[in-house]
Write a protein that binds this ligand. Structure first.
Ligand code: MLT
Length: 328
């Protein structure tokens, strides 16, 4: 009897300690800088979104959100790194469609996108643009088609690696245009854009969060947008679907994840700071000018991200397998 009492007392003490430490975390968190892992280079679209939101989140969290660029293998290095990080609420990952394409693209993935993470929220939806070097001898998409057909593999398209949306867009374009252009990988579309601006590559399909300033400054040629309808930020630019590629559509969605086991209090606080940042008038204006669209409220939740990732993973798997597109 005595020993049962002892066990009961010990269990109650453990529960009480847990409750106290959880409450303490809820009150105190965060007590040090938080790392937001970006799977691509600085200066690219994922980095732009992470830094824009990270600065606003820093204000509401009272601790710095530090962006860490962990590049390589189409985002899978950053995702693997985050999956293995200590689940203490101080490491998060921002990633896009690549989280859904990786299981089909990489047969030897060292993490399970659907099982190894806690979900925080969806973040932002971003259209893509097909842009070319300024001196490319094609004034519109029709001329670009003729040029690409005539030059074949001599025409090249830069992208951010297998699993990157710039690669996905390039491969889909090559198929839809029925051309054989060469694709060239970079560690992100930041360096890919630098190569385009320097005239070292011909084409790049990239998100408006990266291309809009260069388009507006006349530094690149814009051939079309990848959305089903025209963008309000680039109203005079026809969609690629309008220009002979019916049904062509690539829109990039983003999510924020944490290592499995991260305390719910940290997930909730980081998610709340994200939602506050997205409503900040300066941030909202900046993202709007860059063509990015904030998803509806029900998507800005852990469940909103989880159900979307599950759906997208199922959608991409047969497409990638049918195309025989393996990255390893
Ligand atoms: C991509 O998938 O193309 C990435 O978004 C590139 C990047 O963020 O640099």
């Amino acid at each position: 009897m005595k020993s049962i009492r002892k066990i009961l007392f010990a269990s109650l003490c453990t529960l009480a300690t847990l409750a106290v430490s959880t409450a303490a975390l809820a009150q105190a968190y965060p007590t040090k800088p938080i790392t937001l892992v970006v799977p691509f280079s600085a200066g690219g679209p994922t980095d732009v979104v992470a830094r824009t939101l990270g600065a606003a989140m820093t204000r509401s969290l009272g601790q710095t959100v530090v962006v860490e660029n962990k590049t390589g293998a189409g985002g899978t290095i950053a995702a693997a790194y985050t999956a293995r990080a200590t689940p203490d609420g101080y490491t998060f990952l921002i990633h896009h469609n690549g989280m859904a394409t990786a299981p089909a693209l990489y047969r030897k993935l060292s993490y399970k996108p659907l099982a190894d993470f806690e979900y925080v929220s969806q973040v932002i939806d971003v259209p893509m643009t097909l842009v070319g070097r300024k001196d490319l001898p094609a004034k519109d998409f029709k001329e670009l088609m003729a040029y690409a057909k005539a030059k074949g593999e001599k025409v090249n398209l830069a992208h951010a690696g297998l699993g990157a949306v710039s690669h996905l867009c390039g491969v889909l374009l090559r198929q839809a245009m029925d051309v054989s252009m060469t694709t060239i990988p970079y560690q992100g579309t930041g360096p890919a854009m630098n190569a385009l601006l320097a005239g070292q590559v011909d084409l790049l399909c990239d998100q408006t969060t990266s291309t809009t300033p260069h388009i507006k400054a006349g530094m690149v040629k814009l051939f079309g947008v990848t959305t089903p309808t025209r963008l309000k930020t680039l109203p005079d630019t026809p969609t690629l679907a309008e220009q002979g590629l019916p049904g062509f559509q690539v829109v990039v969605w983003h999510g924020i994840y944490a290592p499995k086991g991260t305390p719910k209090e940290a997930i909730d606080k980081f998610g709340a700071a994200l939602r506050t940042a997205l409503k900040d008038p300066t941030v909202a204006k900046r993202l709007d000018e860059l063509g990015a669209v904030v998803p509806p409220d029900d998507k800005l939740t852990p469940t909103g991200l989880q159900t979307w990732l599950e759906k997208e993973t199922l959608r991409y798997a047969p497409v990638i397998k049918a195309a025989g597109q393996f990255a390893d």
